[in-house]
Design a protein around this ligand. Structure first.
Ligand code: NAD
Length: 296
């Protein structure tokens, strides 16, 4: 039978601090990554890094993956499955396409293992602070087994439904975010042209029907919300390339399911233009500069 040990695979910007929080909470954890730089950073943090994927997962009770995209998750799960002990639970926290998420659940089920898709929001700050939001999809029993671990890495844990429901929630939420940020940025650009001060617009809209997270927590102009990336030249924050990735996943899901998401699609095109202008690493709220310059 599987043990209480955790295998954590993918020690990048998000994975390393998440693994660290589990280790600090007292869990025996074997970490793994293919990047020498990621391995070095994880070792410097005191994480136990296995030499191979097989060694990391062999005696694990839970395998957690935090990887770039669906293709990585599918090939890694395929490679890991023959080395798992009966009873091991697979939890993928990466943001991946709905189709791959479904295929990953199928791979696990065919090999006799329970699995969960559990993507996150909250960024690297949330990963470091252990305050991520987890959106989980899978059987209730798998969710209940994973919950104590998710509660160490996050502060809000939502079971969204069956296999793939976590990824569905993630891309729907981020489509709202991507579109609403552009709406807020356009309003500030128009206000500038009309001679209305950003603070005046903020004071009205933040307590009126224009209120939304993109305005009140992540305001795209400097001043009204001191912690927003706009006050730090749009760094570091949530990179435009990551927003673009999520909007492309939303578009693919909309196309596959026949949903009409014209604003989501338009937002994707606007962020793509911003990224193509060399701004892919800039926080996504920096799109206001692109809109101001007529980049739309
Ligand atoms: P990252 O690129 O920093 O880290 C990914 C890690 O996976 C890298 O260290 C890479 O070497 C490793 N990796 C790739 N293939 C591997 C393999 N076969 N075996 C072992 N390791 C492998 O990415 P990140 O920013 O940590 O994001 C991870 C996931 O979380 C992505 O799906 C991303 O969309 C999602 N996400 C990121 C953020 C964010 O703010 N960075 C926020 C929410 C969700």
């Amino acid at each position: 039978m599987s043990s209480n040990r955790i295998a954590f695979i993918g020690l990048g910007h998000m994975g390393r601090p998440m693994a660290l929080n589990l280790a600090r909470a007292g869990h025996a954890l074997a970490a793994f990554d293919v990047s020498p730089a990621a391995i070095e950073a994880a070792r410097a943090d005191g994480l136990l890094v296995a030499e191979t994927l097989a060694a990391a997962v062999r005696e694990a009770g839970v395998v957690i993956t935090m990887l770039p995209a669906g293709a990585h998750v599918l090939s890694l799960w395929q490679e890991a499955l023959p080395h798992l002990t009966p009873g091991t639970l697979l939890v993928d926290c990466s943001t991946i396409d709905i189709e791959s998420a479904g295929r990953a659940h199928d791979l696990a089920a065919q090999a006799g293992f329970a699995s969960l898709d559990a993507p996150v929001s909250g960024g690297t700050k949330g990963a470091e602070a252990g305050t991520l939001t987890f959106m989980a999809g899978g059987e209730a029993a798998a969710f209940e087994r994973a919950r104590p671990l998710l509660e160490i890495m996050g502060s809000r844990i939502v079971h969204c439904g069956g296999p793939g429901a976590g990824q569905a929630a993630k891309i729907c939420n981020n489509m709202i975010l991507g579109v609403s940020m552009i709406a807020v940025a356009e309003a500030f650009v128009l206000a500038e042209r009309l001679g209305l001060s950003p603070q005046a617009l903020f004071d009205v809209a933040s307590t009126s029907s224009g209120q939304c997270w993109s305005l009140t927590s992540y305001c795209p102009v400097p001043g009204p919300v001191p912690a927003s990336p706009a006050n730090n030249d749009y760094k570091p924050g949530f990179a435009t390339n990551l927003m673009l990735k999520d909007l492309r996943l939303a578009k693919a899901a909309a196309d596959a399911s026949g949903a009409q998401t014209p604003l989501g699609h338009h937002a994707e095109q606007l962020y793509a233009g911003f990224a193509e202008a060399g701004q892919g690493d800039v926080d996504f709220s920096g799109i206001i500069r692109h809109l101001r310059d007529g980049g739309a």
